[in-house]
Ligand binder design. Structure first.
Ligand SMILES: [Zn+2]
Length: 501
């Protein structure tokens, strides 16, 4: 049995000003080459907990030949250029056409990608793949929990499978399950029919952790519905709020064996549970940077983890916000650790060299959303290539990271600033260990994200505060100028009505 797998993995923040072109895909903070082909995929994913890690595991476990074709993944950012999309997908489809025949095809997608031409890029990938392989070859897609799931994705595939945890620690496990069901489909043991239910609601970033209330109740409903008679599998796409597309929001997907009504009933059951919790799931409150830094300073024991909601790198922001740094300096906090993506500052540090003292402006340079540059004076203590590996559980199972040239600056005011070159997310403590720093020794750690930094930093933190900062990923969704989203949609339109509530 021969199964092909490929994917274009991107979470597109349509409010970000960084357009994702081919060059952006060629350099990625998430894997050391942005576009992997053939055996490169096994080399960089075989021993990871990503979906590809799971496909390889399943191939061994269930005895099929997995043929990895192409996997393009780059850091979340703005809209993907048509040129990049056509070039990457064109290459993948050419491989698919040349190397068949296939018994099945797997698409490894994130699920919230937007190109200049296609607001539903993932649906377009499925559509063109289906057009190439025809209606009879089973086609499945695995998705990140933040997918904005579309009807097109459901219609063009035999089955969709979505992570159930945020932070995403189940990608590999999900991929193994998906492969098992794919084989049942190929063998004709089941006849998959799906239903997609999209209640008009968005789950805000403050309430997305699946181990915390009320998201636990949403996932409980997904697990419960999976046991309904005739149901093969169930999922929710929690949704990615910063993609301004029609599908922006939360979706529920059920896969039944043969009976569409069974699938429909299960999808509605899950959607109804979430809809009843919409008032809590849509909440966006949280302390300001000033309040959060004051609370951290008043906390006797650290580290205190400050999660920068507005500069959430994993959701497509700049990685160089200065709002929290500004408060740290203003309030005189000294034992602080953070990264700032600033290639100019990195260059200045490299030119000055180890042990040199320099005065320079850091951060707030990428766009107008993340504060203004701040002048600091400090000593260059480390310069590295920015590559690091983390074999421990990491959000979405990533393992081989690339922060680009990295400079550690020990400021005279106190804070330790790690200047990085790529928008690699703060998802791993190895980012700091690899440059000789122990995050455990700092009183305040700033992480640019809300949920993805938790597997790495929650275990060493005495307290965690989600800071309601401004930025490209602000929790205050009403501050963005949406043009394409559905209307009405809760919480934007508080009177939104769900027809099947
Ligand atoms: Zn995600």
């Amino acid at each position: 049995m021969r199964i092909a797998a490929f994917g274009i993995h991107h979470e597109t923040n349509t409010f970000s000003t960084f357009q994702v072109d081919l060059q952006a895909f060629q350099s990625s903070g998430l894997q050391r080459e942005g576009i992997l082909r053939g055996d490169q995929i096994r080399a960089l994913h075989g021993d990871t907990d990503t979906c590809f890690g799971g496909y390889f595991e399943a191939a061994g476990k269930y005895g099929f030949q997995l043929v990895p074709l192409l996997f393009a993944a780059t850091d979340p950012a703005g809209t993907i250029s048509s040129e990049a999309f056509e070039s990457i997908l064109g290459e993948a489809l050419q491989m698919l056409a040349d190397r068949g025949p296939w018994d099945g095809v797997i698409l490894n997608q994130m699920g919230a990608a937007v190109t200049e031409e296609f607001p539903d890029m993932d649906g377009e990938v499925a559509r063109r793949t289906r057009a190439l392989i025809g209606p009879d070859i089973p086609l499945i897609m695995t998705l990140d929990l933040h997918a904005n799931v579309s009807q097109q994705m459901a219609d063009e595939t035999d089955a969709l499978f979505i992570y159930r945890t945020n932070p995403h620690l189940d990608a590999r496990q999900l991929a193994v399950k998906a492969c098992k069901i794919l084989i049942q489909i190929i063998n004709g043991e089941i006849t998959p029919v799906s239903a997609l239910e999209m209640p008009p609601m968005v789950i805000g970033i403050m309430k997305q952790d699946t181990s915390e209330e009320p998201m636990t109740q949403v996932i409980e409903a997904v697990v419960e519905a999976q046991d309904f008679p005739g149901i093969i599998d169930t999922s929710t796409g929690q949704g990615y709020p910063w993609s301004d597309v029609h599908e922006c929001g939360t979706a529920f997907y059920a896969l039944a064996d043969g009976n569409p009504e069974t699938a429909r009933a299960a999808a509605r059951f899950m959607a109804q549970r979430a809809w009843s919790l919409r008032h809590v799931l849509g909440a966006d409150e949280g302390p300001t940077a000033a309040e959060a830094v004051a609370e951290a300073l008043a906390t006797p024991e650290g580290p205190v983890l400050l999660l920068d909601a507005g500069d959430n790198i994993g959701a497509g922001s700049a990685g160089d916000s200065t709002f929290i740094l500004h408060e740290i300096l203003k309030q005189g906090a000294t034992s602080c650790l953070m990264t700032i993506r600033d290639t100019d500052a990195v260059a200045q540090g490299v030119t000055a060299g180890i042990d040199a003292e320099i005065t320079l402006e850091v951060g707030g340079k990428q766009d107008s959303l993340h504060g203004t540059p701040i002048e600091v004076t400090g000593k260059v203590v480390t310069i590295s290539d920015g590559k690091f590996e983390d074999p421990e559980p990491v959000h979405a199972g990533w393992r081989y990271f690339d922060g680009g040239i990295t400079v550690v600056l020990q400021t005279t005011a106190g804070p330790t600033i790690v200047l990085v070159s790529t928008r690699v997310g703060n998802m791993s403590r190895q980012q700091y260990y690899s440059v000789g720093l122990d995050p455990e020794e700092f009183h305040i750690i700033v992480a640019r994200g809300v949920v993805s930094p938790r597997p790495a930093f929650q275990p060493i933190s005495k307290k965690m505060i989600v800071v309601n900062t401004a930025g490209a990923t602000s929790a205050a969704l009403s501050s963005f100028n949406y043009k394409r989203r559905r209307r009405p949609l809760y919480p934007f339109e508080p009177d939104a009505v769900y027809a099947h509530a």
